[in-house]
Design a binder for this molecule. Structure first.
Ligand code: ADP
Ligand code: MG
Length: 377
């Protein structure tokens, strides 16, 4: 990172910051419904080498961005002004300024092992790494949750993606060995020990290679549908509906909104149930909950795709305790909970199934809950 930074900017960075991608164990699309989620940070990180500048210029370069250095003026940052990948880091600087923080320019060089567009939240990793870097470069003294909110504001207000705050909270606040229980309405987060290996299990991530594009309007339409359902039901958010309310709410809604409500309400219950199992040291009990979560996303929320369904079905047929698509949907990655001894054969079966279906080979790796964003140099 230092070598590359010196090569690009002709000086040494002031420091290097890291922020991880995430997989969400359970609680999908619940964040913008004021509900619950349970992500873990993955070992893949986005690194940012950064150097403070006193002339108000913001220069951006990414090893993955594959273009020249983007050169911006911090005072000129306005939503819509940057349309490339640079919107994510520039958005963070814009969001800090909007929040009234006294910040100036910087030179930033980005390099990442988080696959982009794979449902592993490379966008939040990028935002959080930049937010943590700026926090230190300008001595802002903000804590991890505040930096997550700044990062979400960057993605919503500057990059134009109406995401909830789950990804940014995961990247900023997760810790090694634990899943992060998020209660979005309460604004609280709590570490819940998650150690599949202690039960001889492992959590596999299988990237289908199908690129989702959350900016394409589908995500916004789902969010709008959930918000409309809440209005029609006279509640602040779908968080306020309990599973017992479902039969009566169905009569109050247009047919197309009923399955959306069904998913959100049952998904929140799945998060709560998962947390009780983890607190009682029963990791294996998450298996059927994950699979039920996938069925809900596939049949009710309708955001799975053939490739993700094939991974889930093949995994379950080869001994997985549970499997589900993770992330915003329409492709991306699947998580699989499986006995360590069966993981290899299961992976081979998924790869073979993809070959038979004529799909490109999926990318597989095991993850354990890793550290959230931090300064590393
Ligand atoms: P996800 O967050 O699931 O990976 P998104 O569509 O939300 O998918 O974000 C992916 C986008 O984030 C990329 O298209 C790119 O614009 C930006 N991005 C993420 N990581 C990097 C990186 N290391 N360098 C440049 N841009 C990145
Ligand atoms: Mg993203």
């Amino acid at each position: 990172m230092k070598e590359a930074f010196r090569h690009i900017y002709g000086a040494s960075p002031d420091g290097i910051w890291a922020a991880p991608g995430r997989v969400n164990l359970i609680g999908e699309h619940t964040d913008y419904n004021d509900g619950f989620a349970l992500p873990i940070a993955i070992p893949q990180n986005t690194l940012v080498a950064a150097r403070r500048r006193e002339d108000g210029r913001l220069r951006l370069h990414s090893h993955q961005g594959d273009g020249p250095v983007i050169d911006l003026d911090v005072d000129d940052l306005t939503p819509g002004a940057v349309t490339t990948w640079g919107a994510y880091p520039a958005g963070v600087v814009w969001a800090l300024r909007e929040a009234g923080h006294r910040i100036g320019g910087a030179d930033l060089h980005v390099d990442s092992t988080v696959p982009t567009g794979a449902g592993l939240s490379s966008s939040a990793a990028l935002e959080c790494a930049v937010a943590f870097a700026y926090n230190d470069l300008y001595g802002l003294g903000l804590g991890a949750p505040a930096l997550a909110l700044i990062s979400q504001r960057a993605e919503n207000g500057f990059a134009g993606v109406p995401c909830g705050v789950m990804d940014q909270m995961a990247s900023a606040c997760c810790t090694t060995g634990a899943a992060l229980h998020l209660d979005i309405r309460a604004g609280t987060h709590e570490q819940v020990p998650f150690a599949p290996e202690s039960e001889g299990l492992c959590l596999l991530v299988i990237d289908t290679g199908v690129k989702h594009d959350l900016g394409d309007g589908a995500y916004a339409a789902l969010r709008a549908g959930c918000e409309r359902a809440a209005r029609l039901l006279g509640v602040a958010a779908l968080r306020d509906i309990s599973p017992a309310d479902l039969p009566s709410t169905a009569r109050m809604l247009p047919a197309r909104l009923v399955p959306l409500v069904q998913h959100i309400v049952t998904e929140n219950a799945r998060v709560t149930e998962s947390i009780s199992h983890l607190r009682a040291g029963r990791v294996a009990a998450l298996g059927p909950i994950l699979s039920a979560g996938h069925a809900s996303l596939r049949d009710d929320f309708r955001i799975s795709c053939d490739e993700s369904d094939l991974v889930v079905d093949t995994a379950l047929a080869h001994g997985a305790l549970g499997a589900r698509m993770t992330g915003g949907g329409f492709g991306g990655s699947v998580i699989v909970l499986v006995d360590e001894g069966r993981a290899q054969a299961l992976g081979a079966a998924v790869t073979a199934a993809f070959r038979s279906a004529g799909y490109l080979a999926p990318h597989l790796f095991a993850v354990s809950p890793a550290s959230g964003a931090r300064r590393i140099e």
